[in-house]
Structures are given as C-alpha cells and as structure tokens.
Design a protein around this ligand. Structure first.
Ligand code: ZN
Ligand code: ZN
Length: 240
C-alpha cells in the first residue's frame, strides 16, 4: 500500500466537541511529543452550532511549534441524498478564507436518505422490508457523498464507509464503478481522504484503488483525548 504519512494526524477533536476531553493546547503538546509534522484540529458541528469562531480563535492563538503545521476543520455529516451538509451555512461559506476553517470533514454518521438522515436502524428496516436494496443503499451513500464533496468545495472525507458495517454491509458491496466515480470527484476537487485509525477504514482494496486513481490519502486518529494524538497501531500494521 502507498500509505499516508504517519507523521500527520488530520482529525483530532478537542473539548469543543461534547464527546471529547482535551484542550487544543493539550492536543498541540501531544502532537509535538509524537513528532508530528501536521495536525488538523477539528470539532463536531451541526447546522445550529455557534462555537466555531471561538474554536478557531483558540486554535489560532496557540503558540507556533517549529516543524508542525496546524490545520483546522469542522466535522459534519452528510444529511441527505442531495449532499446537503449538517453545518452552519456561514461556516461552509468561510471555508478556506482567513477567518474560516480550512476544510469540512464529511462524515457518514447517518445514512443520507431521500428525506434526511436515516439511522442505521431505519436503514435496516428498509432493507428488511425490501423498500431499499443493498445496491441501492450503497449507490445512494456514494452519490450523496460525491455531491456533498462538490457542494462543500473544500472537504475531507472523514472515515469513508464507516457506516457500512452498521447497516449490514461491507466495502465489498461497493462496486469498482462507484469507487471510481467517487475518486473522480475527489481528484477533481483536491479532496483528501482519511485512513482513519479509530474506525479502521477504508480498507486495502478501496485505498489501493483510490491511490491508483490519484486520490490523496491522509492519516487520522479521530482522537477524542490527547493521549491518542498521532498514535497508529492498526494503520502501522496495515502499512507493514
Ligand atoms: Zn466522525
Ligand atoms: Zn471525528
């Protein structure tokens, strides 16, 4: 595998996310201790989130560390099949601007249904009732992701296909054609894709196919505590 550099951690949460505990300063110190050269600080948002300016101000107020590039982001789910993103419109509009976050990390926390997010339980009910096929579910997920990437402009795929096991599917259910269609959008938009230590995805087949297509892979821990920043066990083994 042509793996991503393990000296980067492109997805680290702080206590601005209600399920994480460390401060941005603690995450920065952990990244320095781990010898990282790149750290992307990111927290969870929804359409209603209001803390992003405070979060960005705190990150930009951190002391500079020689040799360590600090990037920012917000993590949001893809809401529906049209590729709408669950983030405040002003935050999305400011991506890449001096006063904005660098990128939005697009996440498959729910299934992007035709009418809004579906929980895995709802997807399983539809699959069981025959009102959704496995192939249809995969196509909707991939198509919605590609649309969200285009709409966002400056995205990063957070942990692609982490949803599949929750709805009884695997990456083997995603055809080469769908992988290639998504790769085309990722390359055209310069969108990096995480290989995510916490969710252990995407797997080797997807990674290899996307690397061959020119997709940029980046390593991430999805750390919710500073001790986990830059620590790769699964990913290191995958690259051995
Ligand atoms: Zn996530
Ligand atoms: Zn996350």
């Amino acid at each position: 595998m042509t793996g991503p550099s393990l000296r980067g951690d492109h997805h680290v949460h702080s206590a601005f996310s209600d399920d994480a505990v460390s401060t941005p300063a603690e995450n920065l110190a952990a990244a320095r201790a781990a010898g990282l050269d790149t750290l992307r600080m990111v927290d969870h948002v929804r359409v209603s989130t209001s803390y992003v300016p405070d979060f960005l101000a705190v990150v930009r107020g951190l002391p500079r560390v020689d040799g360590l590039r600090v990037l920012t982001g917000v993590e949001a789910k893809v809401l529906d099949a049209s590729g709408a993103v669950d983030a405040p419109p002003d935050v999305l509009a400011a991506l890449g601007r001096p006063d904005g976050a660098d990128r939005v990390l697009l996440a498959d926390h729910q299934f992007p249904g035709p009418d809004g997010p579906w929980s895995p339980r709802v997807v399983l009910e539809h699959l069981g009732a025959g009102t959704l096929t496995r192939a249809g579910a995969v196509e909707t997920l991939v198509t919605a992701t590609a649309r969200a990437v285009r709409r966002a402009g400056r995205a990063q795929l957070a942990h692609p296909f982490s949803l599949l096991p929750k709805i009884g599917l695997t990456e083997d259910d995603v055809s080469d054609e769908l992988l290639d269609a998504l790769a085309e959008v990722l390359v055209a938009t310069g969108t990096p894709v995480e290989v995510n230590e916490k969710w252990r995805c995407p797997g080797a087949r997807v990674r290899d196919r996307w690397v061959a297509a020119g997709v940029a892979l980046v390593a991430s821990t999805d750390a919710h505590v500073a001790d986990d920043v830059g620590r790769y066990a699964w990913l290191r083994a995958e690259q051995a």
